[in-house]
Design a protein around this ligand. Structure first.
Ligand SMILES: [Zn+2]
Length: 184
């Protein structure tokens, strides 16, 4: 996917020294890359939503019917909170190296602070925070770039991208709605 300024601007840290708050940095051959501050912000937004999902009373989570884009108008039933939490954990496990995943598990999933993590993982404070930054950047990028269903933007994950539905209506092959009628 191509990262554009209109997307990165909203998530960039205003005081970032690398991108000056624009969210993009220019690489070799004039290619544009998202700034690390944007990737970390994406990770943190997904992590906040994950925490929100798992802390909600899970037995009253709503079952939703979501329309599927395209000609198939049936829609899909799902429990969005559970799906998001499961995807968050599975994608993280798949993306990170085993030592990174250990840090992710203790710090983000189990909520251990840096002191406890450093003792448990036998690391010093500097290396721990470097690793946390690296994990946030790696996951932020994957959460956004994952295809066909990215975790971020979270609204698109939960309700489906509005754009996809619009483009299929523009094809001009939309069948008129015919309610089922009993044969006379
Ligand atoms: Zn930046």
């Amino acid at each position: 996917m191509e990262w554009t300024r209109s997307e990165t601007l909203a998530h960039a840290a205003p005081g970032c020294n690398t991108c000056l708050g624009l969210g993009l940095r220019i690489g070799r051959n004039e290619t544009t890359h998202p700034c690390n501050c944007v990737l970390r912000a994406i990770f943190r937004a997904c992590f906040e939503h994950f925490r929100d999902c798992v802390s909600r009373e899970r037995y009253i989570s709503k079952v939703t019917l979501d329309p599927l884009p395209g000609k198939d108008r049936r829609g899909a039933w799902g429990r969005k909170s559970e799906e998001f939490s499961a995807d968050f954990c599975l994608i993280s496990k798949r993306t990170l190296t085993p030592p990174e995943y250990d840090i992710f598990k203790y710090h983000f999933l189990l909520g251990a602070d840096w002191k406890l993590c450093c003792r448990k993982l036998n690391m010093d404070r500097g290396n721990f925070f470097h690793a946390v930054y690296r994990i946030e950047q790696k996951l932020g990028r994957v959460f956004r770039e994952l295809e066909p269903y990215s975790l971020f933007p979270i609204d698109d994950y939960l309700h489906g991208p509005v754009k996809g539905v619009r483009s299929c209506l523009a094809e001009g092959d939309v069948a008129p709605v015919r309610p089922p009628l009993r044969a006379a």
